[in-house]
Design a binder for this molecule. Structure first.
Ligand code: AMP
Ligand code: ZN
Length: 116
């Protein structure tokens, strides 16, 4: 746990969130500033900064989160698919420095990388 981390505070219930899933290790809640009709994120309760800090000891937690993503996406109506995004570090555009997997879908999801 990290004292001033916003996602740790959400995991501890100190800041409200629109929660859609919780277990001992993982919480999922809707993004406060969604980029698509459905946009939520999976967050480990343990304060892990990003994938840059992950090692083999996190393999099962990260695997569980990836397996949860399609389950929760289906529950949110994303039957035809969804996008997952993990921004890692400043170089990856990360803004909240507690690892999270974005799950995005519904509406028009454009190709992620445009090639000219
Ligand atoms: P990233 O750029 O991957 O670090 O994404 C951070 C995401 O956290 C952004 O999409 C924000 O909209 C979202 N966010 C920031 N604060 C909150 C909050 N209190 N509740 C829900 N989502 C949040
Ligand atoms: Zn944290």
């Amino acid at each position: 746990m990290s004292e001033n981390c916003i996602f740790c505070k959400i995991a501890r219930g100190e800041i409200p969130s629109r929660k859609l899933y919780e277990d001992d290790e993982v919480i999922a809640f809707h993004d406060i500033n969604p980029v698509a009709p459905v946009h939520f994120m999976l967050v480990p309760k343990q304060h892990l900064v990003s994938l840059l800090e992950a090692d083999a000891s996190h393999a099962s937690l990260l695997g569980r989160m990836l397996v949860l993503a399609p389950q929760l996406a289906r529950e949110q109506g994303l039957e035809s698919g969804f996008r997952t995004v993990i921004n890692s570090g400043k170089g990856g555009g990360q803004e909240v420095f507690h690892l999270h997997i974005h799950v995005i879908g519904g509406g028009n999801i454009p190709p992620m990388v445009r090639r000219s």
